[in-house]
Design a protein around this ligand. Structure first.
Ligand code: UDP
Ligand code: UDP
Length: 473
């Protein structure tokens, strides 16, 4: 076996917060195993990544320029900088131009005797497969999704013609999948079912990167076996080449295990949010509210959330992304001392692991769900787009560690969830019988997730097996 320090892994994340952060966590987990890691990204992303890896001398960030493309505002190198989601497709197409510099970089590594054990690249960066194959390096793909969502997305892609003939609320039957809940067409990611022959430009792009995905050496999964054991075989069945799903998550927990010995995080440099939380002395009393880094929530919907949170009577910590929204008049006095609204980036993991937090009103992005599970915090699910409805079903119906908010039936309006629904949902999660039972389940899942990344736990064991197998390639 080669000396561990000579091993090298290349990681190429997609340029969005939710896809990048878990791969940075994986980079740190590998660097702690004495593996040299090269993270490839574009200049402005490199800048925001650098502060996450300062204590990791084995991680090197390698910049390649982001291409200038017609139809894409200048300087957009991350999906959170896009003016709206309409720019997502041009952004995705632009990333294809990163192939040449990526391939040149890989060639240079090989020439200088630093051939990587593998390249781990995002699902959206499908072009990496052809380069890896040409240069004889295994490619592992990262989707940033749960096993269940990946399996359902793949299956609904295959069965799109049948699903398309259904109306939104019809149940969907996916052959070969054992689901712990009823699925409707409305729950499925739009990209997989919008056109049955997949001939629109977005579907064509997904088809292309999906083809590269299907031919990859393996799949890196930010989940853990105990959470999604039942869905792994049906997911792996979509990889005709026998590629394996390596469940290594929750990826951010490795650092925590090492740094704090699994204790609830001790904050050495408290932010405004944690200081405020420290003042909330009743355990499990505060609801944390965040809709992630991608979803566009209208200002009138944000007003409705504000009224709902106020009406619920529970203390809340709410992270708002909108740059245009401000509290409806008169609200400031009403929530004084009981609610904190933050407009900056917060350390969500630290917030979720604070003892005062008792629930999370979440859009159910996979990272948020996993972070909530790991912290033992039950979720009030308000999925907004992509595969979020599937994550919501997994956490609410499959794992019984959350509740759902009730949606407004007329989806034509900007208001999708009414103030009453926010208020009722928060009251039930924080003070009701169903909320108590979800909190117990969440606490149990939190214990299992922490064990998964400890020495000898399922994910830790899988990580060692993966490294061994790659070294033997
Ligand atoms: N996040 C954070 N602070 C913020 C906003 C987001 O730490 O102020 C992190 C959050 O902890 C999660 C990620 O950003 O790790 C968001 O990913 P997720 O999959 O939940 O949602 P997305 O933003 O991709 O919709
Ligand atoms: N941020 C961070 N860690 C991350 C991603 C972002 O601390 O992994 C910070 C970033 O430095 C910025 C803020 O979160 O201050 C918002 O990030 P975004 O990418 O949305 O950039 P913006 O255009 O809002 O500055």
């Amino acid at each position: 076996m080669p000396s561990p320090l000579t091993s090298h892994v290349v990681i190429f994340p997609f340029m969005s917060q939710g896809h990048t952060l878990p791969l940075l966590d994986l980079s740190k987990a590998l660097s702690r195993q004495q593996i040299k890691v090269t993270v490839i990204t574009t200049p402005s992303n490199a800048k925001s990544m650098a502060k996450h890896v300062t204590d990791h001398p084995h991680i090197h960030i390698n910049e390649i320029p982001f291409p200038a493309i017609d139809g894409l505002p200048k300087g957009c190198e991350n999906t959170s900088q896009l003016p709206s989601m309409e720019f997502l497709l041009p952004f995705l197409l632009a990333t294809k131009q990163l192939q040449k510099p990526f391939e040149e970089l890989l060639q240079a590594m090989i020439k200088s005797n630093a051939t990587p054990l593998c390249v781990i690249s995002d699902f959206f960066l499908g072009f990496t497969l052809a380069s890896c194959q040409a240069l004889g390096v295994p490619r592992l793909v990262f989707h940033g999704m749960s096993v269940l969502s990946m399996a359902i997305s793949k299956s609904s892609w295959v069965h799109a013609p049948q699903i398309n003939s259904l109306s939104m609320l019809d149940p969907v039957d996916l052959p070969g999948m054992k689901l712990p809940f009823t699925l409707t067409k409305a729950d499925l990611p739009a990209e997989t079912v919008t056109s049955s022959n997949h001939d629109d430009p977005m579907s064509q792009f997904i088809g292309e990167v999906g083809e590269a995905d299907a031919n990859s050496w393996g799949i890196i999964v930010n989940s853990f076996e105990e959470l999604e054991k039942n869905h792994i075989p049906s997911f792996e069945s979509f990889y005709m080449n026998g590629a394996k799903a390596w469940c290594l998550g929750p990826l951010f927990m490795y650092e925590k295990t090492e740094a704090s010995g699994l204790e609830k995080s001790i904050n050495q440099n408290p932010s405004m949010s944690t200081q405020w939380l420290d003042e909330q002395i009743t355990p499990d009393s505060v609801i944390y509210v965040s809709f992630g880094t991608q979803a566009d929530v209208s200002d009138s919907q944000l007003d409705e959330v504000a009224f709902g949170l106020e009406e619920s009577g529970f203390p809340f910590l709410w992270v708002v992304r909108s740059k245009t929204w401000s509290l409806p008049s008169g609200m400031e006095e009403k929530i004084e001392g009981r609610g904190l609204i933050v407009k900056e980036w917060v350390d969500q993991r630290q917030i979720l692991s604070h003892g005062a937090i008792g629930g999370f009103l979440s859009h159910c992005g996979w990272n948020s769900v996993l972070e909530s599970v790991a912290a033992g915090v039950p979720i009030l699910a308000w999925p907004m787009m992509a595969e979020q409805p599937l994550n919501a079903k997994l956490i609410v119906d499959g794992l019984e560690a959350g509740l759902s908010v009730e949606r407004v039936q007329n989806q034509g309006s900007e208001i999708v969830v009414s103030r009453q629904a926010v208020s009722e949902g928060v009251k039930e999660l924080m003070g009701g019988q169903k909320g108590r039972s979800a909190r117990k389940r969440a606490a149990a899942l939190g214990r299992v997730s922490r064990r998964a990344v400890q020495k000898g736990g399922s994910s830790d064991h899988t990580l060692s097996k993966l490294i061994d197998q790659l070294r033997a390639c």
